[in-house]
Design a protein around this ligand. Sequence first.
Ligand SMILES: Nc1ncnc2c1ncn2[C@@H]1O[C@H](COP(=O)(O)OP(=O)(O)O)[C@@H](O)[C@H]1O
Ligand SMILES: [Mg+2]
Length: 233
Amino acid sequence: MNSNCVIELNGIDKKYRQKKGFNKVLKNVNLKINKGEWIAVVGASGAGKSTLLNILGLLENPCRGTYLLDGREVPKKSKYRALLRANKFGFIVQEYALIEKYTVKENLMLPFEYNTVQKNTKLEKEALIKATLSLLNVDNKLDEYAYNLSGGQRQRVAIARALINNPDIILADEPTGALDKDTANLLIEELKKLKSFGKTILMVTHDNSLTQYADRVIEIKEGILLDKRDSIE
Ligand SMILES: Nc1ncnc2c1ncn2[C@@H]1O[C@H](COP(=O)(O)OP(=O)(O)O)[C@@H](O)[C@H]1O
Ligand SMILES: [Mg+2]
């Protein structure tokens, strides 16, 4: 097997029960992703893009098929899935999902609690938090409560939280959807940097101007995954 392959999906089906029968969202999805690849996922609203990302990020289980992460089948037990999720993935989503009554620093401490692979001292954690916030130009908000932040500041903090654990794989679901231009540019610059460090990036996007940064664009259409690798220069 190709040792460079971080993610391999084989024959993945996902369906949701609805009033009458099932809504088949993903049909026989096969996908191989190499370490360090930046993949853009496109498709109409409701096509199954977020479902695919949630399966990849171990937030949802497929109904059929296999998922190999670093060449090993992902665990079925939710406890082990949660551990793997916390240690391997960084999620950037449109809703910022910060804990409102926590300060920025407290929000950024959370990923360390779930991450059991990296063992950092309190000082190291604080240094990492400061450094990451400073990359995103919000280091002056360290002790501010989340509910006091503007939209752009929240998103910057949410991005910092996704990256603080130094995840191998970044899953971004329409990450620039709710951003002002400056924050969107900052995010793209940050993703470019992460790619240069060898991180793998999957980014769902509606925005055609963002697909240019991807190595490969895949489209989901009526549950079927179309790999457009050959159609891009
Ligand atoms: N938890 C769920 N329960 C039932 N149906 C769902 C659930 N999540 C998504 N769906 C349905 O699956 C389809 C694909 O959703 P989604 O993956 O969110 O699409 P996209 O992100 O491409 O807009 C939609 O028809 C949506 O209604
Ligand atoms: Mg979606």
